[in-house]
Design a protein. Sequence first.
Length: 231
Amino acid sequence: MAPIFNVAILVYTGADILDFCGPLEIYSTIQPPGTQQYFKTTTFAHHDSVKVGGGALVVKPEASFAEVQAKLDSYDILVIPGGHPEDLIAYTKTEEGKEVTALIKKFSELAPRKEQGSRILQTVCTGTLLVGASGILANRTVTTHHMAYELLKKVTDEAAGGESNTTVVRKRWVDAGTTDAGVRIVNAGGVSSGLDASLWVVEQLAGKESADWTAEIVEFERRKQEAGWGV
């Protein structure tokens, strides 16, 4: 039996709906009859109920931030969604936001579990700003929403205390390489790009057959990595 990968999906006030629901849909899609589920998802937040999408939806997360923080090493994938860029910059300066960036940094320092063999830090859209603020994107090639390219570079430079040597590219998603601990960083471009990035992760961890099945079930036509917005 193949290993099961535990997926923790962060939710916070103002998070874009598709940014976190897209990966949640992909990782929770039921596999063919007689086939095991490869992923187990958990949504988590600082609050019992969270208004997302500009207040359009209220989400009740499965776990608290503290609960996931306490057993962070049991999660193999951490998904960080985006939101309005200016709100996210302000968020990183709050106590809650600082706890999120500290969690991200801690996750990046956890070696993959032996049975699973992989650990992935996945961002969607402007969620990359939160990862950039944690200081782990220096000397990497990354992406984000096309309207936040310059802002992401500014955030990574500030986190580095100078030139970060971070290169921001116009792609659908980017494999930004691994940390010293062996955590792979995967950035999706804007909003719907998170579906493609998640399907790519499924293909890497569970195989192409599982990824193709999932894409067919959700009736999603996968785009290539180079298909950044406007390309």
